[in-house]
Design a protein. Structure first.
Length: 320
């Protein structure tokens, strides 16, 4: 099952495919345009490859990957697209009002930071590392690529900021922008300082691989309900705080529960079910998006995307 491409290149394309295409944020008609594909791939792919390289060179673990993934989320949404600050951002929906305070869309910011940390960065990295098992602990960037990838990523972020501020007719207020710069730097510093064995201290015996599929599938479903349904139905004062904290607490509880197990004794199928369960909600909803008549964008092909991922995970289950 090992693809005949370098692992960094595989990850470079896998991250945007999961984060934007499979999720439905950018359906095929949008994702595969020359402009969309270039901007999205350089952003997500560059972010994932840089995150993975930093984690490896710092000799850290999955905890550092998650924190760097959160930093990536702040960089994309708070410093490039500025959806954290813009009340008129086209993807906000109810979040343009629900949880907005002091010029920041707080609930949206929490949700998107969690999403990018886990779905856009950590899952693609883990999936790539366990497809390329032999190269899991190696550095994947060498020679000129050590500078080329960060340079392309930086150029994409700067160009994206200029394009989105013009397209959305929104320039983020300086205090809020400085705040998210500070959050980004704090997350990177925390990632660097986090002990390498943060996720390797668990002592509980591993359960059946199916347990981790069910756990991550239900966790993703619950997070979707918290951030998808509750903002549309809760109107009492304090509801945004409840939703923001509730979603973050649930994600933290799932992570804490997962790292309580002794993953040094895990088999490939434990990792397979963990990752499969995490993405199954997106695979399921890809079919619903194909038939969703309420969406104004063209969702043609989403069922095919979901099917390809489903078949891919079934084939990966045969990995020895």
């Amino acid at each position: 099952m090992k693809p005949r491409v370098p692992p960094a290149l595989f990850l470079f394309f896998l991250s945007p495919v999961i984060g934007e295409l499979l999720s439905g944020s950018a359906p095929p008609a949008e994702f595969f345009t020359p402009f969309g594909f270039t901007v999205i791939t350089l952003l997500y792919g560059g972010g994932a490859v840089i995150t993975r390289e930093l984690k490896t060179r710092w000799r850290k673990g999955v905890g550092t990957t998650i924190l760097l993934g959160a930093a990536y989320g702040v960089l994309e949404e708070g410093l490039m697209i500025c959806s954290f600050q813009n009340p008129g951002h086209p993807d906000l929906g109810a979040f343009g009002v629900f949880g907005r305070w002091l010029g920041v869309n707080w609930v949206w910011a929490v949700e998107l930071t969690i999403y990018h940390a886990i779905v856009s960065i950590t899952i693609p990295i883990l999936l790539t590392e366990y497809i390329y098992t032999e190269e899991k602990n190696m550095k994947w960037l060498s020679g000129r690529w050590k500078t080329t990838v960060p340079a392309l990523f930086t150029a994409d972020v700067i160009a994206g900021f200029l394009l989105f501020t013009q397209f959305n007719q929104f320039i983020p207020p300086l205090p809020q922008y400085i705040f998210f710069i500070a959050v980004f730097l704090a997350l990177v510093y925390a990632a660097y300082r986090l002990p390498a064995d943060w996720a390797r201290r668990g002592i509980k015996p591993m359960r059946s691989p199916s347990y981790y599929f069910v756990l991550t599938f239900l966790g993703a479903l619950a997070l979707g309900f918290i951030y998808g349904a509750l903002p549309l139905n809760l109107t009492f004062p304090g509801a945004p705080i409840l939703v923001a904290i509730g979603g973050a607490a649930l994600q933290a509880a799932i992570l804490r529960h997962l790292v309580s197990y002794d993953w040094s004794s895990a088999t490939w199928r434990h990792y397979h079910r963990l990752l499969f369960g995490s993405l199954s909600i997106f695979i399921l909803f890809s079919y619903l998006q194909e038939w969703d008549q309420s969406r104004i964008d063209d969702t043609t092909g989403m069922a095919l995307v979901g099917t390809l991922f489903l078949v891919g995970f079934i084939l990966l289950d045969k990995k020895t």
